[in-house]
Design a protein around this ligand. Structure first.
Ligand code: FES
Ligand code: FES
Length: 165
């Protein structure tokens, strides 16, 4: 039996502990140990972005992060994007703008797009394409995804309280 390591992390705001083999990826543990199946396994080698999650506020490809590296880290997965049963504007805009077809890439795009809009609430098209370049989609042709992110940015900005003068 391979040696297993104890890991304690915060996942979607909850403290979790698990045992994992040193070779196991964060994606594998999220999906198989913690039953968080939102992050998808596409390429499993760091090239497609389907497995994107936030680790200490930075988007990472969880298939090439070792689960033991998550010890002490804060992880946020696509499951945490919707709040209290309400879709996040990014989810809403992907849905309404038909920015998904098979959906395998979608969780990764949602996590990466949310990270971008938290960094820059009003990115231009070029910045959106640049920041999402690590996320591959075989179905949509990308234009609808870019438009969905722009629409979400608009909604999120209009929801901000007006600045006090
Ligand atoms: S499954 Fe992780 S980058 Fe493709
Ligand atoms: S919707 Fe199928 S890969 Fe993007």
């Amino acid at each position: 039996m391979p040696r297993r390591t104890h890991v304690a992390a915060t996942v979607n705001g909850e403290e979790v502990e698990f045992l994992c083999e040193p070779r196991q990826s964060l994606l594998e543990v999220l999906r198989e140990n913690l039953r968080l199946t939102g992050a998808k396994e596409g390429c499993n080698n760091g090239n497609c972005g389907a497995c994107t999650v936030m680790m200490n506020s930075v988007p990472v490809n969880s298939c090439i992060v070792l689960a033991v590296e998550a010890d002490g880290a804060e992880i946020e997965t696509v499951e945490a994007i919707a709040r209290q049963g309400h879709m996040h504007p990014i989810q809403q805009c992907f849905l309404e703008g038909a920015a998904l077809q098979c959906g395998v890439c979608t969780p990764g795009f949602l996590v990466a797009a949310k990270a971008l809009l938290e960094k820059n609430p009003n990115p231009g098209e070029h910045e959106i394409r640049f920041n999402l370049a690590g996320n591959l989609c075989r179905c949509t042709g990308y234009d609808k995804i870019v438009r969905a992110v722009q629409d979400a940015a608009e909604i999120m900005q209009s929801a901000q309280p007006a600045a006090v003068k």
